[in-house]
Structure formats: C-alpha cells, structure tokens
Design a protein around this ligand. Structure first.
Ligand code: ADP
Ligand code: MG
Length: 698
C-alpha cells in the first residue's frame, strides 16, 4: 500500500496547499474568513480561484462544480469545465473569483416546499470557505450553500452553519462569565459512526425491491440469522477487507479521517468510524463517505446498502452522532475539568444539554424521522422512539446531590455549592457502555444514536446546536444580570436538574416497561412514526426558538415539514407499488408454475401406479393454492389503497393514511408471500433468499 501519510489529503485544497500557493496577504485574509467569518473581497477571491484552479489542473481536474446538499438528502453537482477559448484558436483553463464565490444552478428541479415560486426558478450557491475544496475524479468540488433568490435556504448546510453560529454566540457569553477572555469561538465537533451492509452485486441485481427501494420487501427468515453473535468484531472476510482497504485509501485522499472499521452485529453488516471534525466538515465528509462507499463497493462486485432496515428480523443500520463543543484554543468543553471552577462550568454546560434534550425531544425525534428509520426506532435493536439521556452513575449521583443539597459521598461529605466550595474531582465515567440509550454521555461527548444510516447528519446537528444555544441563552441572560454569580449559578443548576431530571434514564431503553414509565409517569414524548412527529416541527415553541436564533425562517420550516412528509409518503408508495409489481409479475406466476409442476408430477405418478397417494404433492398444492388465492386478494386491496391515497390534498392527512392503512396492508401481503417462499422450491422462487444475501459475500 502507498504511504498513508503521503496520500492523506492529497486531493484536498487544504491549509497546507493554501499556505504553499497563496501570497501571505491573501492567505491571511482567507484564514480570517475561515476562522472568524470575515467577508472576502473579490481580489482575494480571484487570487484563491486562480491558485485553486492551478492546483486542481495539476492534479488532473478538467471541470469544477459547486457541490451542495439540497433537501433531497444527498449531494448535488453540476459540472462546468475550466475551458475558455483563446484568441489563437486553442483553449486556456480559466476560473474566476466570481465563479468560485457564486453559482446559479437552476433550482426548479430540487425540492423547495413552495419556497421557490416557479417564475423564480433560479437559486444560487455560495462558497463555504470553512469546508475545503477537493477533487473527485476529474472535478474540483467546491462546497457551497444553496439558497433561493429570496435568500431562503434550500439546503442543509445553510441552517447548519446558522446553528453553529447561534451556539457559538451563546457559548462565548457563558465562557466570558467564567472569566475566559481568550477563546475567540466555540465550534461543535462531530464524529459520525456509519453502519452499512455489503451484499453481492449479482444477487442484488435480481431483487427489484433492493433496486427500487433499498430494502427487501419480501423474504422469509434464513435458518441462521444473527443469533450466534459470531459476526460482531469477527474476522473480516477477504472480499470485504479488500473493499475496506480501497475505501480507506479513497477517503484518506480526500482528507477524511476514517479510523476504525469492524463487523457489526448482523451478518454482512459493517461499521466505519471517523475521527471527529467540526460539524459542517463532518457533515460534508459523511456525505462523501456514503457516496464513496457505494462507488468502491461496485468496483468489488458488491453493493453497499445504506438503508436503515434492509432486512426484516435482522438489525438495521444506524449512525451514531458523537457531539461535543470545542474552543478554538483546543479545549473540549464537555470534559469534566480538573479544578472546581472548571467543574462548575462543565456542570452548567452539561445542564444546558440536559435542558435542551428535554425541552426539544420533539425536534430531536423529528431530525431522525424518515420512513426507513421508522422500522428501526423501537424495534429492540436501536434506541426507542422515546428520547432520553444516559449520564452514568457518577454524574447522576452528583446531580442528585446538588438537587437535594445533600452530601456527595465520594467527595468526603463535602456539601457542594458550585463555584464556592470545593467540588469533587470527577473522573471519566467508565460505566458509559449503555448501548440502549438514545442519547448517552460517554465521558467527554454525547452520543446521539437514533440516526438512521442514510440520514444526513445535518438535521440532527442543526436541532442539537439550536436547542443547546437556547439553553445557554437563557442561562447567560440570567447570569449576566445576577448580583451574586455563584449563588445564581448554583440555583440555576439546581433548578435545571429539578425541572429536567425526567429525561435522565440509566436503565435498559429496550425494555417495554421503560416505554410505559417514560410516557405514563414521566410524560416524555413517544412519536412512533414520521407521520406522528413531523407536523410538530411547526409547534409554536419550536418555531419561536428556531426563528429567534435565526436558524430557520417560518417559511423555511413550513417548507421543510412539507418536504419531509412528502418524502415519507413517496417512499412508502414506491415500496407499495414495487410490492404489487413483484407479486404480480414474479411471485404469483412462480408459485403457480411450481404448483403446476407438482400437479403434473402427481398426475404422472398416478398414471404409473394409481395406488400412490401423492400426499406431499397434494398437500403442497392445496396450501400453495390457498396462499396464491390469498395473495391475489391482498395485492388487489393494496392497489386500491394506493389509488385512494393519491386523492388526498393535505400532506398530513396523506401521511396519516399511509401510516394507518398502507403500511399494515403491506405487512399482510408480505406475510403471505413469505409463507409461500418457505414452501416453494428454490428453483422456482424468483429471488435470492435472505440466506443468499446475508451470507453470500465471502
Ligand atoms: P468508542 O465509543 O468506541 O469508545 P471513541 O470514544 O474513541 O470510541 O469515539 C467514537 C467516535 O466519537 C469517533 O468517531 C470519535 O471521533 C468521536 N469523538 C471522540 N471525541 C469526540 C469529540 N470531542 N467530539 C465529537 N466526537 C468525538
Ligand atoms: Mg458508538
């Protein structure tokens, strides 16, 4: 293998390249823009554009694109070449500062939820200098934000950057209160762990459900699933190892810090964890990672499934969003400090997160809501749809001691008054291996585990940043005006614990009794499906908070709610129509064909010897014929429901109808077909089985 250190970031126009290719003055100016958001003048942009183009061309690029993340959830790009005619009949390679800063793609084919009137089809993309440009294939990709001409965000990056700014503003206020004058900015850092499945391409090609919907809509249980737990951290098979090696190579060239890879719980399931980065860069990198996983897989005759639940009865794939707040001076603010004063600051920040998660459970649930993820949340493998927090025993005990003004035993019976008396020095909690909590404190960061594997991590981090910014704002408002800082601080932490301790749960989140306790005793929200939670995006408290921090406008929120619900409806309708297609074109004819052959066999047997009973043939013919009759009735019912759903005008009503009528009918149809699969000869069954798919890669 090539030397990793030589190749790392080779295809990225990063700080090293900028330093080497820009004049000192231009470099300083760009750096100021990156670090402090200072405006960039055109002369500087021109200089950067030229350097970027020269570097890109030297590295084999012929085209450039403004790379952005529209509300489809994936990335978009439109390639323009650098070519410009020269007077002598040849061409020169050109790229201006204007082209770097702003692009004008036709926005009309991207979802806008009504934000972009049809007469204003244009949108514009604006360079995000905080995320480095990179080369993919022969194209220089420039990370950009995507807005309508009216300035409304049509993408996920814009609100993400706004949320980071909101959090930065409030966190700085808090740090100043604790006497910190040096920190210039606070950024949120994220390390997203990515799960995925690898299946054989030849088998994938035989499954219309995987091709059209990304998940299997039919499939009976294989004789062996994940019950032996022999896949998790098991030896990686040679074909998968070759895939991972090439994937790492590609990611490293793009400056993506892919660090850990291992087999996951389900057969054919794997995970990749990167080293954390600033939120917007981590988001860009995660989008790229998912794209490159799929590309590299196809080079190995594999298909990478990023769907949340590709197989029923087998664990689905999620994404763990490890989140913290870090200063420009390199301090992780969620590390419990060494001294009491640091501890008090840590406890306040911890409380800010507790309050945020409790006050905005709904926004966190909404931020992971998709049709695919609805199959996972609460299915005894992923965290439940109820949002709660795990803090571990030590932190929980400390909070309890503060709340009740009782001594914290480990601290030699010192009564704690924050910032005044000596606080216990607390060590990194080692009981952080609760895997069932949706939102766990893991020593120096929080891990939000409810994301689906195909989710962009942007939405989760927008909501998290926003909600924490809101807590911090409330704290800062109160503390800045306080007569006695220490007393006010102590009272506020106490109040937060009292008001919000219901969100803290250190037990088993997969337990049914927890859901009962959470909803009935603690009054926590339990939005089971996307249809249940999404309309609450527009609840007054959510709109008020998100608009107050300038993260979304009301119109942007309305648009997003509609797009997300439309997405939910479309996804499930495509699944339903795919089922109809598979049943009518493949499954029914296949089973009928098998029955016909059985009947022919029986007839021939009887001709040979009329005393043969043909028990096997007869009973199978009978059972399968009953099943095909049932299947043909159920498939008609499914078709009728799909037709009726097309009549709804209101997107919420449509989503409710899908949740209540369509999904259950899909299950009924599937059940009958899966039963037929168990009885049908493998030779006749039109699709590779679960066993083939899950154990087919060697
Ligand atoms: P594990 O959970 O297996 O012990 P780690 O704690 O080392 O593993 O990290 C898991 C993920 O959390 C990695 O992607 C890592 O980069 C990320 N991570 C670690 N520290 C931080 C941090 N301060 N902010 C955000 N993510 C972090
Ligand atoms: Mg994890």
């Amino acid at each position: 293998m090539k030397k990793v250190t030589e190749n790392f970031g080779k295809m990225v126009f990063d700080d090293r390249v900028m330093k080497a290719t820009l004049s000192a003055k231009v470099y300083a100016s760009v750096k100021k823009t990156i670090d402090e958001g200072a405006e960039l003048d055109l002369a500087v942009a021109n200089a950067v554009a030229t350097a970027m183009k020269d570097w890109a061309v030297a590295n084999g690029a012929t085209h450039y694109t403004h790379w952005f993340q529209p509300l489809t959830g994936i990335t978009a790009e439109k390639h323009d070449s650098f070519i410009s005619p020269s007077p002598d009949g040849g061409v020169i390679m050109e790229f201006s500062g204007k082209e770097l800063i702003k692009g004008e793609p036709d926005a009309s084919s991207f979802p806008s939820g009504g934000l972009r009137a049809t007469f204003e089809a244009r949108g514009y993309t604006a360079w995000d200098p905080t995320s480095y440009a990179f080369i993919k294939g022969t194209t220089l990709c420039i990370p950009t934000a995507f807005c309508s001409y009216g300035g409304e965000a049509l993408d996920k990056k814009t609100p993400l950057l706004r949320s980071m700014e909101a959090l930065n503003k409030q966190a700085i206020r808090i740090l100043r209160l604790f006497g910190n004058k040096d920190v210039k900015y606070v950024r949120t850092s994220v390390g997203p762990e990515q799960e995925y499945f690898l299946v054989d391409k030849e088998m994938y090609d035989k499954r219309p459900d995987l091709i059209y919907t990304g998940r299997t809509l039919f499939g009976s249980k294989p004789p062996k699933g994940q019950e032996m737990d022999d896949h998790y951290f098991g030896v990686i098979k040679p074909r998968v190892a070759a895939f991972m090696e090439e994937l790492n190579d590609e990611l490293w060239k793009l400056g993506i810090l892919a660090k850990t890879e291992h087999n996951e719980v389900a057969p054919a399931q794997h995970e990749l964890a990167p080293i954390y980065a600033t939120t917007n860069i981590a988001t860009d990198h995660n989008q790229l990672t998912m794209e490159i996983m799929q590309k590299v897989a196809s080079r190995h005759g594999l298909v990478c499934l990023l769907h949340e639940k590709p197989f029923a009865g087998v664990n689905g794939s999620g994404k763990h969003n490890n989140w913290s707040m870090t200063t420009d001076t390199g301090v992780n603010l969620l590390t419990p400090g060494e001294t009491p004063y640091e501890n008090a600051q840590f406890l306040l920040l911890l409380c800010a997160v507790i309050k945020a998660v409790d006050d905005y459970q709904d926004l966190l649930r909404i931020s992971v809501a998709t049709a695919g993820n609805d199959h996972r949340l609460g299915a005894n493998e992923a965290p439940p749809a109820v949002v709660s927090m795990f803090l571990g025993d030590e932190l929980s005990a400390i909070l309890e001691a503060i709340e009740t003004d009782t001594p914290y035993l480990a601290a030699k019976k010192t009564k704690m008054k924050l910032g005044v008396d000596v606080l216990p020095k607390f060590t990194r909690d080692t009981t952080d291996r609760n895997r069932t909590s949706p939102f766990a404190f893991t020593g120096n960061k929080f891990e939000f585990r409810a994301l689906g594997s195909s989710n962009s991590i942007a939405c989760v981090n927008i909501m998290l940043n926003a909600a924490v910014a809101e807590s911090l704002k409330i704290y800062a408002d109160r503390l800045e005006g306080a007569e006695d800082f220490s007393t006010a601080l102590h009272e506020m932490i106490k109040k937060t614990i009292k008001d919000h301790k219901r969100i803290i749960f250190n037990g088993n989140g997969y337990d049914d009794s927890w859901i009962e306790e959470a909803t009935k005793k603690r009054g926590l929200l339990n939005y089971r499906t996307t249809a249940d939670c999404m309309p609450h995006l527009l609840d007054k408290k959510n709109v008020d908070m998100l608009t107050a921090h300038h993260i979304y406008t009301k119109a942007e929120l309305q648009a997003r709610m509609e797009i997300m619900l439309e997405n939910y409806c479309k996804t499930i309708i495509i699944e339903a129509t795919t089922m109809v297609d598979m049943v009518k074109k493949d499954i029914l004819p296949a089973v009928s064909g098998y029955v016909y052959d059985l009947a022919k066999t029986a007839k021939t047997k009887l001709e040979v010897d009329s005393s043969i009973t043909c028990g096997y043939e007869k009973s199978t013919i009978k059972k399968l014929s009953e099943l095909t009759d049932r299947i043909s009735v159920e498939v008609e019912t499914l078709e009728d429901i799909v037709v009726k759903i097309a009549d709804y005008d209101d997107i919420c009503e449509e989503a409710y109808a899908i949740r209540d009528n369509l999904l259950s009918q899909m299950s009924i149809l599937r059940l009958a077909c899966d039963e037929a699969e168990t009885m049908c000869s493998k030779k006749y069954w039109p699709y590779p089985s679960y066993g083939d798919l899950l154990f087919g890669v060697r």
